[in-house]
Design a protein around this ligand. Structure first.
Ligand code: UDX
Length: 483
């Protein structure tokens, strides 16, 4: 039998890398070789440390100039450019890496990488489910390919249900309609899902000749439909968190594996240290600052890798946090607060007013270590799927201010289903921030739900747990299709 060697290919964004790199680490622990494919830009930007002789990082161009911002507003441009420019190099690279006896790509630069004789040929591709062309190209080359979704199963189910929602006239939303109206038609979620909880793109109308849906919704629902044809679909989730959604997804797919939360599966004492994954430089100094704070006294604020807030929203958050009175650690990426004409102070200056002992600002934090720290009492978050999983594993209560995509449905789960936090969706107001932060810090019921969920989720990824068993089944599946 050929040695299993998986090429793992995430979308080139932090949230996708953070989900798929722990997946790579878990494959390494299972004895599988992994080639992790970045874009040239990301590989240059960050020093990814492999930490295992069976892992290597290679890259393909994304086709954009180096000084391009690659921010949220440019995501469609990045997607198109990668599909048009990167796809050609990806195909050539994969052909070379998977050819029989080709332990390594050529040295002449024709496929753009230096070789490494210690790696066997690539036997399987696991690509981000949004990179449908990467999955199709692999199959065309005779390399079995699987889809990996980095967002929640609930959001996948919502995208999967778009045709039914259109048929039921739930989509598009009526102009000016009430966003608190319940949504019929998403199985298993009818009791709690409102219009405002559906992926944010459902709120927009547009497109030509269609039924009035935003073109981006078509892209997502097409990628979701594509997953039906794929040999297997992998979710970074667990049945304890999203069992109902998984049960409704599985019958429409060829194979479904729920193997998360992966970052908890590959954390110490796993044999190989998890590979480093940040595109930004982590400010470890905030851990020393946390060391000086009392147990569960600090509010950790991070709105993920892509969200941009207005200066007014920044002011509301800051005022609400200051009024709540707890010390806070706030991740403010340099590109995070949109400039405004009438802004009087930079975010850093404004926070300075609160005082060093009460507030710490960093551009990027070692988030998993922060959430694990005894001083953190609650997490004010955008409810990105990685952040949601990371908080769930550590049992940290959440206050959610979702921005886009799956975050809206994740935060609904947090507030209305798991009871592990509060959902302040759509209302960015200092009084609401103050009230919800206080409640998340002080409510015994929320803390106990968060701790109970952590216990269940940790059990899922430990030996014999549902995700651990699913992962073993997935490794067997990968080995069988590559025989
Ligand atoms: C978005 C979506 O919301 C997410 O659901 C989707 O799967 C990917 O794109 P993003 O804004 O990146 O995600 O948020 P999230 O999924 O939470 O990922 C952010 C990651 O960055 C987390 O793993 C978090 O630990 C990490 N992070 C964030 C840091 O390491 N340091 C920080 O300071 C902030």
């Amino acid at each position: 039998m050929a040695e299993a060697h998986v090429l793992v290919f995430p979308c080139p964004a932090q949230g996708h890398i953070n989900s798929m790199l722990p997946f790579a680490a878990a494959l390494l622990d299972a004895g599988v070789f992994v080639t992790f494919l970045h874009t040239d830009h990301n590989l240059r930007r960050a020093s990814f440390v492999a930490g295992s002789p069976r892992l290597r990082f290679l890259s393909v161009p994304d086709g954009l100039p180096d000084d391009h911002p690659r921010s949220l507003g440019d995501m469609m441009e990045l997607e198109r450019s990668l599909r048009e420019v990167g796809a050609v190099r990806y195909r050539a690279l994969l052909a070379s890496l998977s050819s029989a006896g080709a332990g390594r790509p050529s040295q002449d630069g024709s496929d753009g990488v230096d070789g490494d004789r210690s790696f066997p040929p690539v036997t399987c591709v696991v690509a981000d489910g949004l990179l449908t062309w990467a999955i199709d190209a692999a199959e065309e080359l005779g390399v079995p390919a699987l889809a990996f979704r980095t967002s929640s199963a609930c959001s996948f189910l919502a995208y999967q249900t778009v045709p039914e929602l259109v048929e039921l006239r739930e989509l598009p939303f009526p102009e000016g309609g009430d966003l608190d109206e319940p949504v019929r038609g998403v199985p298993g979620m009818e009791s709690f899902l409102r219009r405002r909880d559906l992926p944010s793109v459902c709120r927009r109308r547009g497109g030509t000749g269609g039924v009035g849906l935003d073109p981006i919704l078509h892209v997502f629902s097409k990628a979701t439909a594509h997953s039906r044809e794929v040999r297997a679909l992998v979710f970074n989730t667990t049945a304890s968190l999203e069992g109902a959604a998984l049960a409704h997804i599985a019958p429409r797919m060829r194979n479904v594996f729920a193997v998360g939360p992966l970052h908890a599966m590959s954390s110490p004492p796993a044999p190989a240290p998890a590979p480093a994954s940040s595109l930004w430089t982590e400010d470890d100094g905030c851990l020393a600052w946390l060391d000086g704070q009392a147990d569960r006294s600090v509010v950790y604020v991070s709105l993920g890798s892509l969200a941009v807030i207005t200066h007014d929203q920044f002011t509301e958050f800051l005022s609400g946090l200051a009024a709540a009175g707890y010390p806070f650690l706030w991740v403010l990426r340099p590109d995070m607060v949109a400039a405004s004409k009438d802004q009087h102070a930079t975010p850093q200056e404004a926070i300075g007013v609160v005082g060093e002992d009460k507030a710490r600002v960093v551009a990027w934090a070692p988030q998993r270590d922060v959430l694990r720290h005894r001083a953190v009492g609650c997490f004010l978050t955008h409810a990105g799927w990685n952040s949601t999983l990371e908080a769930a594993v550590e049992g940290v209560p959440m206050v959610c201010w979702p921005f886009f995509g799956d975050q809206l449905i994740n935060s609904r789960n947090v507030g209305a289903v798991w009871g592990t936090g509060l959902d302040m969706k759509d209302v960015c107001d200092r009084a609401v921030v103050e009230r919800m932060v206080r409640e998340a810090m002080e409510s015994a019921a929320i803390r106990s739900s968060a701790q109970e969920l952590a216990r269940v989720v940790r059990r899922d990824v430990s030996d014999g747990g549902s995700s651990a068993r699913e992962f073993e089944r997935l490794v067997r599946f990968i080995k069988e299709i590559t025989m």
